[in-house]
Design a binder for this molecule. Sequence first.
Ligand SMILES: [Zn+2]
Length: 461
Amino acid sequence: MIGKKRVGKALLVLAGGALAVPQGAMAAPDPVLAKAVLMKSVAFRTVAGAGEVPKLAAYYASILQDAGFGDKDIEITPVGETATFAVTMRGTDPNLKPLLMIGHMDVVAANRADWARDPFVPVEENGYVFGRGAEDNKYDVAMMVATLAGLKQEGWKPRRTIILLLSGDEETDMRTTRALAAKYKDAELLLNGDSGGGLLDEAGRPVLYQLQAAEKTYADFEIGFTDPGGHSSAPTLGNPIYRLAKAIDRIAAYRFAPMRNELTQASMRLSADRIGGDIGAAMKRYAETGDRDAADLLSARPEFVGQVRTTCVATMAQAGHALNALPQSAKVSVNCRIFPGVSVEAVKAELVKAVDDSGASFTTLGDPVTSDASPLRTDVMEAVTAAVAARYPGIPVVPSMSAGATDSLYFRALGVPSYGVGSLFMRAEDGFAHGLNERAPVDGIPGALRQWESIVKALAR
Ligand SMILES: [Zn+2]
């Protein structure tokens, strides 16, 4: 409780200080509206299958219409029981490609019995809004809606057209995302409110801001072993369980080659001093030279291994059919997080080599989508750095590559440079996205709006 109170105080002081320096005489995005939109949107039960996404989309449309957007600026398109949403703020220069903003309206399922409060009844308590989606992703969606509403009301006209897109099944099938990406792929760049964001320390002081510019590819493989089987009193060498065990051992021991890109290098350089010690030194070395020993040292730490190489790990196994029979089949599922720029087929080929069992079958599950890292564009870095510095002077903007996957994946795959620039600053222990009792701090809202306004104005003016 003490921690929470201190968070509130620290943020209020910072917010008050920044508010004392108005950015312009005109009306700005309104924190009261933003909070109301956040709370109201939590009340829509937008879990997969509930059919509430179109209703939430209609609610966002009403807020934007009240602010002055016309009917033809807003498009809600049904996709099964869910929907996509798009609102366009037309730019004065038709030769410029549009700036896209994106978030998602759907949420992960939440079971009332497991929660201290009803997950779909928004409650403000101790400085937080509680409810499913309060963080992921209704917080930044509310901030983006309120930002565009405020900019429209103040009469601001961008040079570059701005389009806010909202997907409706980001947490499940991403059909709406694919539809949006296909329709809006001819864009200058995309700002995603569903990744990136700031970290506060335990006392509520800002530590750093992460700008997400790449996602690893998510891929699942199934490796299978079969044999005619027989009576367990007459063992054979081809026992699928023994072959499975060998394969799992080999996968456990296998190391994909260490890799770097400009994002992971920048992020390690910027984090090295803060982390310090052997790990900090290894980060610096790895960022500068790609040193293999440094890579191995970092790889021994679960929180860093994903930044150094492609990882594959056994996640499920199944084998045999009776206590007294030789097994006829065994299989293991292997989940891989693949470094941007590496194909799914190449990873599969390495697994085949590592397992080294000519009788094993390798199947790629689903249809993994690969995407390259987005370039660290100067205009984006400058816009985000300036916006974050105005909110919290002096904290570093650290480029990041996440383990995926957000809506950005499909846009990057179609060549739209995409950046996660969420406006939520949170303490690590307050992060409950996808979990129980999800919440977002209320006193960050004025700063979040200023951050969005500043970034959007810089990139669309
Ligand atoms: Zn999300």
